[in-house]
Write a protein that binds this ligand. Structure first.
Ligand SMILES: [Zn+2]
Length: 133
């Protein structure tokens, strides 16, 4: 029951991820389900990930219960990190991206790094057990 609520709460961003994932699929990409997460890679996704803000050339990005990766190897390498973001979406739901962006803006105004100093990233790197990259 809690899982269903968490999936519904995060669903606005999951829909965004599914939309990108679908375009990845029709441009030759692939999808797989890992637990409650749907992962997409390949197709045009690597080109879009190269345009991701703050982290030009991100290996993977999470939207709700979807993860978009450049390659299958990238998805496997980033899985623990992205799963922390999935849990953050389950906590923050529709407010996750606004909260993330607000943190980044405040950090930039304080001349800090909008990605590495972002508390959502710090939690993800802390819980996955590696420091940077
Ligand atoms: Zn991250």
């Amino acid at each position: 029951m809690l899982t269903l609520l968490a999936i519904l709460w995060a669903s606005p961003w999951t829909i965004v991820g599914l939309t990108f994932g679908l375009f990845g699929l029709i441009t030759g990409g692939r999808a797989q389900r890992i637990g409650r997460v749907i992962e997409f890679h390949g197709g045009h996704l690597p080109h879009w990930l190269a345009l991701a803000p703050f982290v030009s050339g991100a290996a993977a990005i999470t939207f709700g219960h979807t993860v978009l990766g450049r390659t299958l190897a990238d998805l496997e390498f980033c899985r623990t990190h992205e799963l922390v973001h999935v849990r953050q979406y389950e906590r923050w739901g529709p407010f996750f991206i606004p909260a993330y962006v607000l943190c980044s803006v405040v950090l930039m105004l304080r001349r800090k790094n909008p990605y590495w100093d972002n508390p959502f990233e710090r939690e993800a790197y802390e819980k996955e057990g590696r420091t940077q990259n």
